[in-house]
Design a protein around this ligand. Structure first.
Ligand SMILES: [Zn+2]
Length: 69
């Protein structure tokens, strides 16, 4: 099972290489992750950068956690 974010408005999705609980955490703590990202470029996992890019692109849209078999 793979988990990812799905934008209900654009019908686009990403499937970062991480767990559902991490993705759920990031969506709730987006502002914290962005703050960390602003301070360090090297310290963050690739999936976080990927996920933040997606959330930036779909700012204000309805993002849901979704899974694919
Ligand atoms: Zn969107």
């Amino acid at each position: 099972m793979r988990y990812g974010y799905h934008c209900e408005e654009c019908e686009e999705a990403i499937w970062p290489a991480t767990s559902a609980s991490e993705l759920r955490w990031l969506i709730r703590r987006e502002h914290v992750a962005r703050e960390v990202a602003g301070h360090t470029q090297a310290g963050l996992d690739t999936w976080i950068m990927e996920a933040l890019d997606f959330l930036t692109h779909h700012g204000g849209h309805s993002i849901v956690l979704s899974k694919r078999p």
